[in-house]
Design a binder for this molecule. Structure first.
Ligand code: NCD
Length: 300
């Protein structure tokens, strides 16, 4: 693993190895040392968890970070090309972690620089580090990644987390239920991919009454920033709201996950149930990102 750009670049063995390392880091059995290492966090889109958890991950390993939030006050404003900005940053930093609204931008960055590049979200395309922390959360709560039934709900069209997660879980024989309004369905390139791997999926119109066989229900926000027409967004928002009353009769091991931020798609009355796992999921992001950085830097 030289870069982490798309979930499709990872094999099952590489994923399992990463899960093991994250687990050992959480237990304190592996303590990676990033002293004198610098991570450049380039975030051209808003972020709370991804940016802070990468920053935390690096600092827990005694490493350092520099952060660019947007292009304001940088030489991009003077007309510097993205390639020149990247080549410059690669003179200072040991790894680049970047988020951009432009699909394919991390792949491009990885071609330009010779230090590792991590995709922390590229438009509506991929969010592989989120998928890895999601897998780590699934294995922690279910004891396995194999043969689980996973519900993915919300904006499956623009939500990059569900694209990466569906591709990852397909390697482990998952069965999927997709819950979304018809105009926010899972893109056909992902569905084709699943069909090719003989992965079962069904598209369900309703959450209510369809949750009883799930091991994981993964809820996502409608991605307002990807809508060209605000009226379309208004039609979509609030179309799926998970409430505590809908969880009557679900499996005991069901866990409700969400990459966060939540808007209104999980009612706060779910937070106090045994099923809610989204904040622990965010905590798992730190161990997973420590593992990702350590592997890419050849430290473990
Ligand atoms: C997600 C993202 O940025 O794609 N957030 C995150 O990284 N936890 C999900 C979202 O913004 O809805």
């Amino acid at each position: 693993m030289k870069n982490l750009i798309s979930m499709r670049d990872l094999s099952k063995d590489e994923i399992l190895h990463l899960m093991d390392i994250a687990g050992e880091i959480e237990k304190g059995n592996i303590v990676p040392d990033m002293q004198r290492k610098l991570a450049a966090l380039l975030f051209f889109e808003p972020s709370t968890r991804t940016m802070f958890s990468f920053d935390t991950a690096m600092k827990r390993m005694n490493g350092n970070t520099v952060i660019m939030s947007g292009t304001k006050n940088t030489s991009a404003q003077k007309g510097e090309s993205f390639a020149d900005t990247l080549l410059t940053i690669a003179q200072y930093a040991d790894i680049i972690i970047m988020r951009s609204p432009i699909e394919g931008s991390s792949r491009y960055a990885a071609e330009v620089v010779d230090i590792p590049v991590v995709n922390a979200g590229d438009g509506a395309n991929q969010h592989p580090t989120q998928a890895l922390l999601d897998l780590y959360s699934i294995v922690k709560t279910q004891g396995t990644l194999e043969n689980l039934t996973i519900g993915l709900a919300g904006d499956l069209r623009f939500g990059r987390t569900v694209h990466s997660l569906a591709q990852a879980m397909a390697l482990f024989g998952a069965k999927f239920k997709f819950f979304s309004p018809s105009f926010l369905q899972m893109p056909s390139y992902i569905k084709d991919d699943l069909a090719e791997k003989n992965i079962q999926f069904e598209e369900c119109p309703e959450l209510d009454g369809n949750l009883d066989d799930l091991d994981i229900l993964y809820v996502t926000r409608v991605q307002r920033e990807r809508f060209a027409d605000p009226e379309e967004y208004e039609k979509a928002r609030g179309s799926y709201i998970l409430r505590k009353s809908m969880l009557d009769g679900v499996k005991d091991n069901l866990r409700v996950m969400h990459p966060l931020p939540r808007v209104d798609e999980i009612h706060t009355d779910v937070d106090v149930t045994q099923y809610a796992y989204y904040f622990q999921q965010a905590k798992n992001g730190v161990y997973t990102r420590q593992a990702i950085i350590s592997i890419l830097m050849g430290e473990v």
